[in-house]
Design a protein around this ligand. Sequence first.
Ligand code: CNA
Length: 280
Amino acid sequence: VDEGAPSKTLVSRTLDGLAKYIRDGHAKRIVVMTGAGISTSAGIPDFRSPNTGLYANLARLKLPYAEAVFDISYFRENPTPFYTLAHELYPGKYRPTVTHSFIRLLHEKGLLLKLFTQNIDCLEREAGVPDESIIEAHGSFARQSCIDCKTPYPQDELKKHIEAKTIPHCHKSSCNGLVKPEIVFFGEQLPSAFFDNIDVPTEADLCIVLGTSLQVQPFASLPGACKSGVPRVLINMERVGGLGSRSDDVLLLGDCDAGVRKLAKAVGWEDDLEDLWAKT
Ligand code: CNA
């Protein structure tokens, strides 16, 4: 593939080409795919950024390997590292970023087909993206249950445990298994909502990928499901997931808050975006 090939769909593979496509009303069914990079400016570290990412800072948890913190078999043996991290990441402590508000803005404009997020921080929800538009591919802190008998566990009690840095156990005395928020660990199945919506990207007329290293499957395959000729935009610090290889791909490399601000300005939505964010 010639990475410099002209787009068949956009007047140019640039911010302006993209903005014109949106302004001219060609983007009515936008799919957005996000990862930890959209929440770093809220103060939540991502996994893989060098120096600042969680994986670079897990030494204090004394893990055998970084991913163990989200590994279900390791959790069974030693849930403390996960709960230490949960104490830091638990929703309610952080304000959504302007990137989260940008996704809400797409919804307000009636253009958001679906948001696929890998994040577990619930900031998209807090920014006002409605529940039915969000696919939390890796689950979230919204529910919790016993890892053995699957009995749901009350939210307020989990919260107390997380605040106190203690480990919750199933209330069924016959069970007493470990309780875990329903975020997807390595070795666990993704929620059925992910698989039920896996074909949604084929219906999109624009795909926006924000703040993800696209290293985790099956999520990483979602952008590839968009039809050829559909523009795919990557707004990320680094190039990832083969984006840029199709002739209708646009790369806006750099900080995602800056990227969505530039895009909003080029489309004429600058004030709408800042107003929404100010109210969040
Ligand atoms: P990742 O692998 O850590 O990748 C993050 C990506 O975002 C990298 O490519 C970074 O270069 C990029 N990035 C970081 N900061 C910015 C920024 N300000 N602007 C633009 N790009 C930026 O994270 P992924 O989400 O790709 O990995 C999947 C895991 C991470 C999911 O299972 C999540 O549950 C998990 N995670 C979630 C959170 C959260 O909910 N906020 C935090 C940490 C990890």
